[in-house]
Every structure is written in C-alpha cells, then in structure tokens.
Design a protein around this ligand. Structure first.
Ligand code: HEC
Length: 210
C-alpha cells in the first residue's frame, strides 16, 4: 500500500510540477510540492477508508435494528436506535481513533445536528439531487491536518416505518418517537430521498501507515 502511494505520488508530483511551472513561470520548493501531492493522493484513499467504516457501521446497526423489529416490531426498533445508534458510532470511533457520526438537515436527535461543513455538503447535494445530478462523498482537508469524509445516506424501503410520511409512520410509532425526541424533524421521506450523511474526521497522520 505504501509503495503504491509512493508511485502515484511521483507521477502526480511530475504532473503538478509541470503544470505549475508552465502556467506561472515560477518554481516551487520541495515542501510546497509535497503539500499539493499529499492532498491529491489522500482523496481516493480517504474515500476507500471512509466508505469501509461507514458501511461497516451501517451493517452492524442495520442488523441490530432488523433483529429487534423481527422480535418486537418497529417499537422495539426505536428502542434500539435510540439506545444503540450513538453508542455504536462512539465505540467504532474509539476503535479507529476517529470522530464518527450520522447527521441530517432534518434531525431526529438534536445531538446529530450538522456542523458547518456537513451542512454545506448536505445543501450542495440537495441542489444536485433537485437538478437530477449524482451526488458524491466530499473530502475536506483542514489546516490542522485533519481530513473529513462526508458521504450521503439515502433512504431505503426498510427505513420508511420510522422516517416516512404519515401513511407509513403509524400513530403508535409517532407516540413512541415523541417520548424520546421532542423535536423530531426526520419524517416525511420516501425511498431514495437524501436522508442525511455519514461524517468521519480522520486525525492528522491517520493515513501515513495504512
Ligand atoms: C425502527 C425505527 C427506525 C428505522 C426503521 C430507521 N430509523 Fe433512522 N432513526 C431512528 C431513531 C430513533 C433515530 C435517532 C437515533 C439517535 O438517537 O441517535 C434515527 C436516526 C437516524 C439518523 C441520524 C440523524 C437524525 O435524524 O438524528 C439517520 C441518518 C437515520 N436515522 C437514517 C436511517 C436510515 C437510512 C434507515 C434505513 C436504512 C433508518 N434510519 C431506519 C429510527 C429508525
């Protein structure tokens, strides 16, 4: 893995070097070059790692949710989501030494409220979806060396019992949701809608030894 990155780094470095010196007629120091190259390399690696962690978390949460619903219906599912979802993201975050959360423009749990970066990503995707475009994960590099991965979460058919319109979210489910969430904005969705985002912040140096 390290070797591969190194090879890509060399070729990107050559490309960027020639473009820069042609267009601006000025030479960059080795340090400047390295900063540009690091950012270029990281994106594909970040997306791969981000997707792996988000998908892995989703699978665990979804299987817990499914077995709770199979045993005790959607009401038990709500219990699992409210007591397990945040615990699960927190424990996976600890294992990887990252920050990990699920967020949305219309949150159920106010603790999942989006940060500025997350809000910008969600609003950008919203416009892209409205215009019939495709939405992609976003990568944000901070000056402190942290790298943030933000990826869309779309609504699937099995989510509709708790996030759908009034036709799907029964009065019983609504009453149960109200007990836990006083400011629940996360209903009214249909299958395929943009429901929210996974957000991962990788600390500085995370990708050095992958
Ligand atoms: C049994 C009910 C239930 C089902 C089914 C369900 N959710 Fe949720 N969802 C919840 C609850 C409860 C929360 C609040 C969790 C918490 O307290 O962090 C939540 C929170 C979320 C959040 C975090 C943002 C927020 O609104 O607070 C996202 C994103 C989300 N759900 C997406 C989905 C998706 C996608 C599916 C289907 C794959 C799904 N949910 C299925 C009940 C459900």
């Amino acid at each position: 893995m390290y070797k591969k990155i190194f090879v890509i780094a060399i070729s990107f470095s050559a490309m960027l070097w020639s473009c820069d010196s042609d267009s601006q007629g000025e030479k960059k120091t080795e340090k400047d070059k390295k900063a540009v190259v690091d950012i270029t390399i990281a994106d594909s690696t970040v997306i791969k790692e981000g997707k792996k962690i988000a998908m892995g978390t989703f699978k665990i949460l979804n299987s817990k949710l499914k077995s709770a619903i199979d045993k005790g219906g959607p009401i038990s599912g709500i219990e699992v989501c409210s007591s397990e979802a945040m615990k699960l993201t927190d424990s996976i975050a600890k294992v990887y030494n990252i920050k990990l959360k699920r967020t949305s423009l219309k949150t159920r749990n106010q603790d999942n409220w989006p940060s500025k970066n997350e809000e910008i990503a969600l609003n950008t995707w919203k416009v892209e979806v409205e215009n019939g475009g495709k939405i992609k994960p976003q990568i944000i590099h901070s000056n402190n060396g942290e790298i943030q991965f933000i990826a869309p979460i779309k609504l699937k058919s099995q989510c509709i019992t708790c996030h759908g319109s009034n036709d799907f979210v029964t009065a019983e489910i609504k009453a149960k949701l109200k007990i836990h969430y006083h400011e629940d904005k996360a209903t009214g969705y249909k299958e395929g809608d943009l429901r929210g985002a996974w957000s991962i912040i990788f600390p500085k140096g995370y990708f050095d030894n992958l």
